[in-house]
Design a protein around this ligand. Structure first.
Ligand SMILES: [Zn+2]
Length: 389
């Protein structure tokens, strides 16, 4: 049975998340710890970092900033500019970019030059399907691309400083050593970048993919990184990360949110705006672990005192894990899959201990095609009951 954090609504199925004796998860403890951080001292550290790298690169640019065009990218380039850095923005094209994604990517050009990686759609689609079938995540090549291509550009242009956004271990919970870190490097990517143990090498030969097809997805060698002096910093180490006020600030600079309602799979309308099929990625997380994007958002809102735990439970119950009709339709069309094929793959990654099955072992669904949960008792008392053997 799932246990939930007694402070937020995160279950113990989240990988790498631990709980203390009171049943509080380490992401909540980390959020408390953030209050004790001397953020003005961290700001001085960032100012020094900017000084150190300004005008030091072999090009006109002081830093590389990997961007999707979303709220975090806007904030990263805004902050770099604020501290006197001239950024080269590097975009790895979203899996299936939508109009809002295009609009925001256009808006971000006010901050400087952009290099955009337009993927070979045939090779990329094959990688997506391999990711979906092998590790249950079609966004696998996207995770590789967004973390690898900007580093390749930094090496090739001789721009040592790379500025990333939040440290997801600090914001969402993870091992303590990773939470305290300010650096994103190859090891971080392999452990926390969402690669799920699948390597680019593993795809050579799959569906006819060649080494050349995959070249932009290979991380630079340690030698190349050392020679270029690459240093990847999390902005979230230097400044207290809080998405909602950052979104409000970025809206004044032309960033657009989704005006006609929340993003499929959650109750917010300010992130994951650029990709028509990203809700499938969140849904796959849900079938594996029993929680979706709404839980992530509700936990952040609890920790930032914008929701009570009871309010969060209501939102999560309403939004998490609902069958993503819109994204599924786009997905099947884009990847030329039938619903039966899609169901078969998703079912193979669905956790049988979390969802109801028929006598023949197939998953039960409600009238809306959503799975039926076996679990979900968020009450604080239930978290304290002894676990049945
Ligand atoms: Zn928690």
């Amino acid at each position: 049975m799932l246990r939930y954090c007694t402070h937020c609504v995160m279950p113990n199925t989240k990988p790498d998340l631990s709980f203390n004796e009171e049943g509080v998860c380490d992401a909540c403890l980390s959020a408390e710890h953030k209050k004790e951080i001397d953020w003005s001292a961290r700001e001085v550290e960032f100012r020094e970092l900017a000084q150190k790298f300004k005008n030091k690169s072999a090009s006109n640019y002081d830093c590389v900033i990997p961007i999707s065009g979303g709220k975090d990218s806007h904030y990263q380039v805004y902050m770099a500019r604020k501290y006197g850095l001239n950024p080269l923005m590097v975009n790895f094209e979203a899996t299936l970019r939508n109009d809002l994604g295009r609009k925001n990517l256009e808006n971000i050009r006010q901050f400087g030059d952009v290099i955009e990686f337009k993927k070979n759609p045939d090779a990329y689609k094959k990688m997506c399907l391999e990711g979906l079938r092998r590790v249950g995540d079609h966004e696998w090549p996207n995770h590789i691309g967004i973390f690898t291509f900007p580093i390749r550009v930094a090496v090739q242009f001789g721009i040592p400083l790379v500025i990333w956004g939040e440290n997801s271990q600090l914001e969402y919970g993870g091992p303590k050593a990773a939470r305290m870190k300010n650096v994103l490097d190859r090891r971080w990517l392999e452990e926390f970048g969402g690669l799920l143990g699948l390597r680019v090498d593993d795809l050579v030969g799959a569906q006819g993919l060649t080494q050349e097809d995959l070249i932009s997805y290979f991380y630079p060698s340690d030698e190349e990184l050392k020679k270029a002096g690459i240093f990847g910093a999390f902005l979230g180490y230097y400044f207290k990360w809080d998405a909602r006020p950052q979104v409000e600030l970025m809206k004044t600079l032309g960033f657009s949110i989704k005006e006609d309602g929340p993003v499929e799979g959650t109750y917010t309308n300010y992130e994951n705006l650029d990709d028509a099929v990203v809700a499938i990625h969140d849904y796959l997380k849900f079938v594996k672990f029993g929680f979706g994007r709404a839980t992530d958002h509700a936990c952040l809102d609890i920790r930032n005192k914008r929701l009570t735990r009871n309010e969060a439970v209501k939102l999560v119950t309403q939004y998490d894990g609902k069958w993503p009709h819109i994204a599924v339709a786009e997905f099947l069309r884009y990847f030329a899959l039938s619903l039966e094929e899609f169901d078969q793959i998703v079912d193979s990654f669905t956790n049988r201990s979390l969802f109801e099955t028929d006598a023949d072992g197939s998953f039960k669904r409600d009238a809306d095609r959503s799975l039926i949960k076996r679990y979900q008792n968020y009450s604080i008392e239930a978290q304290r009951e002894p676990v049945a053997p």
